[in-house]
Design a protein around this ligand. Structure first.
Ligand SMILES: *Cc1c(COP(=O)(O)O)cnc(C)c1O
Length: 387
């Protein structure tokens, strides 16, 4: 029998890198030691105290039943307290916070909550792919704004067609940015807020890397911007900050009306986050200072190592203090795909071609730091040897 996929699946853009994936698999089958700098998934294990809280709570029978889609009060209070201490942002735990089964899922839910067929959603190119895919799945039209090196990879609202701006429903932004690692300041967020207010657009700021940073220049929350709660929400996640990608817990904070609508959608398609996971997340958030200090020490060392190696090789990169990636330029004569393929062929090292994140990613590769130091060193040594 043949079951025809729905049009929304058929509308997916073709996957450009099947050939590279095949080559990786072939090499691994041959027993070659392929090192991947392609994956944005922390290698550092979740802290023991968080795991122990999960184990204890998993033994409590009340936690075995359906959670509420709207989450445990104690989790929402922990998020609010974290936002107050970390960002100096005040939140009403009941109305302005909702837990998510991962922020990826939450971002996709937002499209189904607000986008009608034919609606425009503004997003950057390159970007994390879920904004575009979920917009397409909901029948919407992605409107892409290029990220340019000369703007430090900050979205420039001047690049948005004013007719599209009037019609657009949602705008997605993400700083610290995946894949470019670019960061922004409050002034940028405030420009976004006034643009969104003028055009009646929902801002969705994805702050998945809010707590992966080096030095004193900490990333901000979108909610630090004056007026932001009138127009938008922020997605955040335990995944990168606490090395909990497999646990599936994130949250959205901000405008109460948007949060309420998102909750209305979610109660109809999911049944919330396992309560034991929410209790473990409370434990994580309560001790965020200890965890982020520990993680950032590790990432800072790796970031420095990558930058030093690229400097030695004369390869340009975006000099950022945040996120878990280095966004580097491919040497003259290569495309992002041909350079990635060359590194795989000759060095058995995988990097992500920039075009995987959109056509403006051409000319770049994304190097991920989620690999233990010795393996990262080995990978960089190999890259140095082939260049
Ligand atoms: C990793 C990542 C996420 C997803 O986080 P989850 O909470 O694990 O779903 C969201 N946005 C960006 C930009 C990411 O890189």
């Amino acid at each position: 029998m043949h079951f025809e996929e729905a049009d929304r699946l058929k509308s997916l853009p073709p996957y450009l890198f099947a050939e590279i994936d095949k080559l990786i698999n072939k090499k691994r089958k041959e027993g070659l030691d392929v090192i991947s700098l392609g994956i944005g998934d922390p290698d550092i294990p979740t802290s023991k105290d968080i795991v122990e809280t999960l184990c204890e709570e998993a033994n409590v029978p009340e936690n075995h039943r359906y959670p509420s889609s709207y989450g445990l009060r104690i989790f929402k209070e922990a998020v609010s307290k974290f936002y107050l201490q970390r960002f100096d942002v005040t939140l009403d735990p009941e109305r302005e916070v909702i837990p998510l089964m991962g922020s990826k899922e939450g971002i996709a839910d937002l499209a189904y909550t607000f986008i009608n067929p034919g609606d425009y959603a503004i997003m950057t190119d390159p970007s994390y792919l879920v904004y575009k895919i979920s917009t397409l799945f909901a029948g919407g039209i992605p409107y892409k704004v290029p990220l340019k090196e000369e703007d430090d990879f900050l979205l420039d609202i001047e690049d948005i067609d004013s007719e599209i701006a009037k019609k657009a429903k949602i705008m997605y932004i993400n700083y610290p940015n995946n894949p470019t690692s670019a960061t922004c300041d409050k002034n940028f967020f405030e420009k976004i807020v006034s643009f969104a207010e003028k055009n009646n657009i929902i801002v969705c700021h994805d702050n998945a890397y809010s707590d992966v940073y080096q030095g004193e220049n900490k990333p901000m929350s979108f909610l630090n911007a004056y007026g932001s709660k009138n127009t938008g929400i922020e997605f955040n996640s335990l995944s990168k900050t606490f090395n909990m990608t497999g646990w599936r817990i994130g949250y959205a904070v901000g405008n109460a009306g948007i949060i309420e609508s998102l909750g209305k959608y979610k109660t109809n398609v999911d049944s919330g986050v396992f309560n034991a996971v929410q209790y473990a997340a409370v434990k994580a958030l309560e001790n965020y200072k200890i965890h982020t200090e520990y993680n950032n020490k590790i990432y800072n060392r790796r970031r420095e190592l990558i930058k030093r190696t690229l400097d030695d090789m004369g390869i340009d990169y975006h000099d950022s203090n945040a996120a878990i990636y280095v966004w580097a330029k491919v040497p003259e004569g290569f495309t992002s795909a041909s350079f990635s393929k060359m590194l795989l062929d000759k060095a058995n090292v995988v990097v992500t071609p920039g075009v995987e994140f959109g056509e403006n990613g051409e000319g770049y590769i994304r190097i991920s730091m989620t690999l233990e130091d010795s393996r990262l060193e080995e990978a960089l040594k190999r890259v140095r040897n082939v260049l």
